[in-house]
Design a protein around this ligand. Structure first.
Ligand code: HEC
Length: 466
């Protein structure tokens, strides 16, 4: 008996222990009818319409598991579990988007002029020669400050890049997704001169190896030097990690000058659910780093008291909506699971318990997309554009875009306009497709829309040409 049980256990291991790759499942079970690229075969092509993108994912999962027998789509319940059916939805949406991919078209007679739904605009290079620019802001005198990920803070004065970076900025861990990331001026910068930086802070452990974690400091610039630096927030030293991904690092101030910032899960997904650990959280602080007494978890014995919300993966965009004061965040999800979230006090955004995405290697993460007590994204995107910096348009140059949210995309290489009304997304438009990896977007002082492109590193802007 013992021997038999052992044999059974061994035989079961390959079946239960190995998650199947979604591309293999598709080519084995679906391609014969739907075609290798959804182009059709014995079935009509799935590319003719957009139903794969527009049908809700639960209905698609049901079609795959229960079939549409009257139309000739066989049921796959038994052969596939729910998590695998969900992975197939991600796969179908990716294949559909790839096949229907259309680059942005400039107006025929002019390669820098583009027509969008609401405005005609021109693209102009502001400055080139940057090294992985990450974040941009303006000083009251019109000068631009821009961070470069390898660790430099640079000034652009009247269209000229100062050849020397600001001296004395913090040492950063530069590698993977880490480096000198965010810069944000204090809302009352003109009075107090404070600038805030978010970056990957390196420490050496006892073996001489470098571990790092997100850190926030503030300082001032005087005579081209970073001076009077103060630490605003730092993770407990024992929580620093050697991984090179998911630092988060966006900063936003609300109308009362509270500072909010994002901290990614650092590649340790389960830590995003643990309130005692810094990973996968959004934080709220006073502008000098003190912890507000009315923060949601201050009386929770095991929680880090600065936490505002949790269950995040890698939140690369964070901004307040000017009219409503609501806080929005874009989150790099797993493959097929990028999100736009409306951030609320003490809320749990579910990572990794629920997600619309799958692992990058094509295996499922979970069958759950919804669970009581966990927040749903306002929208999610499949395939993942790799959403990054965001900004609400507040200028007057593009009146029809006023109050729209602009979302950048790294892998998707585009700029997306998202129309929001009462906390819901009512319209989306991809404005520029295939312009390179877009890291950040910001409304400039004269109402032009500025974009940071990763490689080759440059700043471009959109100017109204109606
Ligand atoms: C024996 C042929 C066959 C196989 C195998 C097959 N399908 Fe289908 N499938 C169909 C037919 C036929 C339809 C209905 C097409 C229509 O409505 O015009 C369909 C419809 C669908 C739809 C609904 C499309 C829509 O626009 O609503 C989805 C999703 C789908 N199949 C996914 C799959 C997946 C995933 C697999 C593999 C696990 C698969 N199918 C395997 C024949 C097949």
């Amino acid at each position: 008996m013992i021997r038999l049980a052992l044999v059974c256990t061994l035989m079961l291991i390959p079946i239960t222990g190995q998650a199947r790759n979604v591309a293999e499942i598709y080519s084995e079970m679906c391609a014969s009818c739907h075609g290798i690229k959804l182009e059709g075969g014995s079935t009509p092509s799935l590319l003719v319409t957009d139903t794969i993108q527009t049908t809700d994912e639960l209905s698609l999962v049901r079609t795959i598991l229960d079939g549409q027998v009257e139309k000739g789509m066989p049921p796959f319940r038994g052969a596939l579990d729910k998590a695998e059916a969900r992975a197939l939805v991600v796969y179908l949406r990716e294949a559909h988007a790839k096949a229907r991919h259309q680059p942005a078209r400039a107006v025929e007679h002019d390669a820098t002029l583009y027509q969008s739904r609401e405005h005609q605009f021109r693209i102009e290079t502001v400055i080139g020669g940057l090294n992985e620019p990450w974040s941009i802001c303006w000083l009251p005198d019109g000068r631009i400050l821009v961070t470069e990920k390898p660790g430099y803070l640079r000034i652009i004065n009247d269209g000229e890049l100062d050849p020397k970076p600001i001296a004395g900025t913090p040492d950063v861990f530069s590698g993977g997704q880490g480096g000198l990331l965010e810069i944000a001026p204090h809302p009352e910068y003109a009075k107090n001169g404070w600038l805030y930086l978010a970056y990957s802070d390196p420490v050496k452990n006892s073996l001489g190896r470098v571990a790092s974690m997100t850190k926030i400091v503030r300082g001032r610039i005087r005579d081209h030097r970073w001076v009077e630096e103060q630490a605003i927030w730092q993770a407990p030293p024992e929580t620093y990690l050697r991984g090179r991904v998911h630092f988060g690092c966006r900063i936003a101030f609300d109308q009362d000058n509270y500072l909010f910032f994002t901290h990614g899960d650092r590649g340790r997904q389960n830590m995003a659910q643990d309130l005692a650990l810094p990973n996968g959280k959004i934080y709220r602080l006073h502008d000098d780093g003190r912890i507000p007494k009315d923060n949601p978890f201050v009386n929770h014995p095991d929680a880090l008291p600065a936490i505002w919300s949790y269950g995040h993966r890698n939140q690369q965009g964070l901004t307040f909506e000017p009219n409503t004061g609501q806080l929005w965040s874009t989150e790099h999800g797993p493959r097929g699971g990028d999100e736009l979230n409306l951030i609320g006090r003490a809320r749990n955004y579910g990572w990794p318990v629920i997600t619309y995405g799958i692992n990058y290697n094509g295996t499922p993460i979970t069958e759950l997309t919804v669970k009581d007590g966990l927040e749903q994204p306002v929208v999610y995107w499949t395939p993942s554009p790799a959403v990054c910096g965001i900004d609400f348009y507040t200028g007057t140059q593009f009146p029809a875009w006023s109050g729209n949210l602009f979302v950048t995309a790294l892998a998707g290489q585009h700029l997306r306009r998202v129309v929001i009304a009462n906390g819901k997304v009512t319209e989306q438009e991809v404005l520029l497709q295939d312009i390179g990896r877009v890291r950040d977007v910001a409304t400039g002082p004269a109402g032009a829309l500025y974009l940071l492109l990763n490689r080759p590193g440059k700043i471009i802007r959109l100017l109204n040409e109606d």
